[in-house]
Design a protein around this ligand. Structure first.
Ligand SMILES: [Zn+2]
Length: 241
């Protein structure tokens, strides 16, 4: 099996020799892949767009001498508008960093791939606030990663909570904390009832169908939550306003 064909999104590239790049790809069937893209920096190269950030396409990869090489690519989406809007670009790059930190070589990543492709499309072409799109990505990401936050019961005592009692979320334990269980632990963060309603609604209907205001999307809180669960810092300098 020297050659494989897979859908993939470019998560990162690093320059390699004068005209080549080493790509980090996310494949639904193969997880994270490192592949050399020869000549993609040469003007007029057929692989020019195959070696760009965000590109989604059907990659043909050749395996030889212990590494993979891109032999051809049919680009289906370049998410070009991301390159013309700095704010959207920053959020999109952040999503790539999360996907790169989460994906493992050889592990299937169908849900992550679909979530990433849809979120990049919303950031590039959608009308939705980019902060809310990124927050929705983080929320669904935590759900597919097995740590969907508990948003109606106290995560410590299990008691069902009224919206009026919502003040705190425990980013380590993954959910709301009731006033009786609240103490001085460091992992407690402020959360409002509106933010919790936004999260419930987006988990239930998705970001495209929610009517909740974008201002209620708790991006920084979800960023902190996902990073504490992944136990990896993700680069997001100056991202959360
Ligand atoms: Zn409690």
């Amino acid at each position: 099996m020297p050659s494989v064909t897979t859908q993939a999104i470019v998560l990162r590239h690093a320059d390699y020799r004068e005209h080549d790049r080493m790509l980090t790809l996310l494949s639904p069937g193969m997880g994270r892949i490192e592949a050399l893209c020869r000549g993609c920096k040469r003007p007029g190269s057929p692989l020019l767009s195959a070696g760009e950030w965000f590109t989604l396409g059907e990659y043909v990869l050749y395996t030889g001498k212990g590494h993979m090489t891109v032999t051809s690519c049919h680009v289906s989406e370049s998410f070009y508008p991301l390159r013309t809007d700095y704010e959207r670009l920053q959020y999109a790059t952040y999503l790539l960093s999360i996907a790169e930190a989460a994906a493992q070589p050889g592990d299937r990543a169908v849900e992550l791939f679909t979530l990433l492709a849809r979120s990049l499309s919303r950031l590039a072409y959608g009308e939705k606030d980019p902060q809310a799109v990124a927050a929705a990505f983080l929320l669904h990401f935590s759900a597919i990663s097995g740590y969907r936050p508990r948003l109606s019961h106290c995560v410590l005592c299990g008691r069902r909570m009224e919206d009026a009692e919502i003040r705190l979320m425990d980013t380590e334990n993954g959910g709301l904390v009731c006033p009786q269980c609240a103490d001085a632990r460091q992992s407690l963060r402020a959360v409002t009832a509106d933010q919790v309603r936004w999260m419930r609604d987006v988990l239930e209907k998705g970001i495209d169908k929610t009517d909740r205001p974008a201002a209620d999307a708790p991006g920084p809180l979800l960023g902190l939550y996902v990073e504490s669960r992944m136990e990896k810092p993700i680069r997001h300098k100056g991202l959360w306003r």
